[in-house]
Write a protein that binds this ligand. Sequence first.
Ligand SMILES: C[S@@+](CC[C@H](N)C(=O)[O-])C[C@H]1O[C@@H](n2cnc3c(N)ncnc32)[C@H](O)[C@@H]1O
Length: 197
Amino acid sequence: MTDIWNEHADSWDDNSDVKFYADQAFASLVATADICGPGWASKRVLDFGCGTGLLAQKVAPFVGELIAVDTSEKMIAVLEKKHIPNVIAVHGDILATDHQCEADLQSGFDLIYASSVCGFLPDYEGAVLALARLLKVGGHFVQWDWRASDGEDFGLSENRIRNALQTAKFGSIRVEQAFSMETNEQTLPVLIGAGIA
Ligand SMILES: C[S@@+](CC[C@H](N)C(=O)[O-])C[C@H]1O[C@@H](n2cnc3c(N)ncnc32)[C@H](O)[C@@H]1O
């Protein structure tokens, strides 16, 4: 099956909006989980829906191992060409019920993050439950998504994120605006949703 994200892969890293989003997401990840602190040097991280790894390449220097997974083989191919030493790029859908879990994906993660991914999933709430199961106790879950008002199709609302994180039984839940992006004379707010397993 052709993945709609494949056609964006080759030009993804040249898009200034995409780079801005990754910069802002990284800054808020530092503020949320102190990702640059010494405690993270041996930690395992999952970048869910990693794309070309724009955020992974910022996070990788501070963590032990980073598994970057995406359903678009062309996005993964761009990431693989970057040869980031502690990043393992995995092409596949770890949410698929018939997914053969690779060894890299089986053991627990200290952090799972999803940057501009969850709002595009057909079953966001199911995805949060599945990802929560991959976390160690005390592990962090962090997502960033375009803010939708309740009932809108594009993006995720604050309520929807909060409910999903509560249903997945995360503690210390925080859902708020992380940053905003100016495009085509409109301001698009981006929400961060964070919780601890
Ligand atoms: C808007 S892009 C964001 C890419 C990257 N996280 C970034 O911030 O640059 C959404 C990404 O989610 C990926 N994606 C969509 N559904 C997915 C799934 N079920 N599992 C893994 N990746 C998925 C797409 O292939 C695409 O690369």
